[in-house]
Design a binder for this molecule. Sequence first.
Ligand SMILES: Cc1cc2nc3c(=O)[nH]c(=O)nc-3n(C[C@H](O)[C@H](O)[C@H](O)COP(=O)(O)OP(=O)(O)OC[C@H]3O[C@@H](n4cnc5c(N)ncnc54)[C@H](O)[C@@H]3O)c2cc1C
Length: 526
Amino acid sequence: MIHTDVLIIGSGVAALQLAKKLSYDSNVIVLTKSYVRQGNSNLAQGGIAAALADEDHPTNHYKDTIEAGRFTNNHELVKEMTNDAPDLIRELLREGCNLDRNDNGELFLGLEGAHSHHRIVHGGGDATGQKVMDFLVEKTKHIQIIEHMTVIDLLISDDKCIGVKAKNTEGEVKSFFANHIVLATGGLGGLYSFTSNENTVTGDGIALAYRAGAEVCDMEFIQFHPTLLFVNGQCKGLVSEAVRGAGASLVIRDGTRIMKGIHPMEDLAPRHIVSQTIYDHLQTGKQVYLDIRRIVEFQKKFPTITAMCHENHIDISHGMIPVVPGCHFLMGGVKTDHFGRTSINGLYAIGEVAYTGMHGANRLASNSLLEGLFFGKRLAEYIHSKKEEGVRIQGFPLPMARNSTNERLILPDIEMVQRKMMNDAGIVRNGRQLKRHLAWLESFRIQKLLTCSLDDKTEQEIQVIFMLITAWLVTQSALLREESRGGHYRADFPYEEESWLTKKVILKQQSTQGEYYEQIKAAYAT
Ligand SMILES: Cc1cc2nc3c(=O)[nH]c(=O)nc-3n(C[C@H](O)[C@H](O)[C@H](O)COP(=O)(O)OP(=O)(O)OC[C@H]3O[C@@H](n4cnc5c(N)ncnc54)[C@H](O)[C@@H]3O)c2cc1C
């Protein structure tokens, strides 16, 4: 049995920022499913948003964030984050993070969709995530980071989270106990067959939290990135929004620009509008391309995208990159307050796994690395303040036991879940499809999956169980929200409804104890 002050699950930007900030005076252990860098943070291309230009101001960044979020954001939090953003960037630079500058030593500030000003700080051209991760991995190398350790359950005692169970690659189950347990497991792109996400990112943290009885919020708000490289029927990676920021436009084969007349910002319109427009063309059998012919020195500006195209035999000298929209970012997640505390004592969530209200119904581009940096720092300050107050677990309480079952579970394969999510709970949804999909998910006995012990299940079974639970939460939430807003588009309720502006879809198990459980399905007014 291992005991530490703070246990962090996941090793992306949110996790490592927190670990870096705490490591000076706390014992921290990081558990991560695969290699330390194998998450979405390492893949981030475009950059980090911060109002650093003379002609810009955090208020503009705040307004753009709220507009993209369709006004459902937590306004106070957005104000705080956009105000702190310039300082977070200055701190990265001061501590040695390598971000791109011009010959005068000034930061390059790029432009991305739905930003009113040039404010995207980047590193290595389009390798920002890699640069930030290089920096954070270096700064946390004195911390115990245990790779290939998949967390399979949260340990709850007297309504407090006291630790986790995790499995290594040999299938051994280990218990870890801590005063503070932090979920930083990222989003859920792996639930969909078309996604920009790393394959370790499959909604585990949300399933873990929900099984433990935590509240999850607004799981229907999922951003589908408009432009994933599409080759031979498969997504091969992300073609950043910065490419459109630099002058590329979306066209069909005959060169017609598809965003003309759709939105005043045309190719730089908010992502859900661009994704839906591309999707509509695909539905009529038309392939959509990014026309990059107007971008001078494309290869120099976008080396990662150039390499990805070469690897996939797309000749960019023709100036046309075939693209499709795919699952990119989860705005909903485990509900937290403005420190990162969940509804379960001792359990926190930061980064993409968390619903903080920062992004509202849709995330503004380049605000998520920023959110990870912001909440990593903020939660560190909170945990630090608790340490000063001297809060500690007394002894080792006994965690709640799970029902072990010898029954063989009948589960679908991963690809089947992904395909069905893409078709039935994807970019365009409708009530009939969602109900049918919910029934399909429930045929795998979600109730049982929520309460059973996972100790004796294989890695693959655990993966599918987590995916089914998270898919169920997305589908249920999408069915409950009878309007279209941001990343949630219902063909049967195609408009924003005033009455939904102040509501959230919060799902929670009423009881995780004993033989029974009950779902609360509710849309609470805020
Ligand atoms: C291709 C791409 C490009 C992007 N570009 C940008 C950009 O330019 N700017 C921007 O702001 N955002 C961008 N984003 C979004 C941004 O990268 C992510 O939102 C952010 O990095 C999430 O960070 P995180 O720390 O929450 O999680 P992640 O970096 O996703 O890390 C999650 C970690 O949790 C681990 N994990 C998961 N489940 C378990 C488990 N059961 N047990 C143990 N460990 C587990 C994973 O292995 C991983 O280490 C991009 C995303 C993608 C996919």
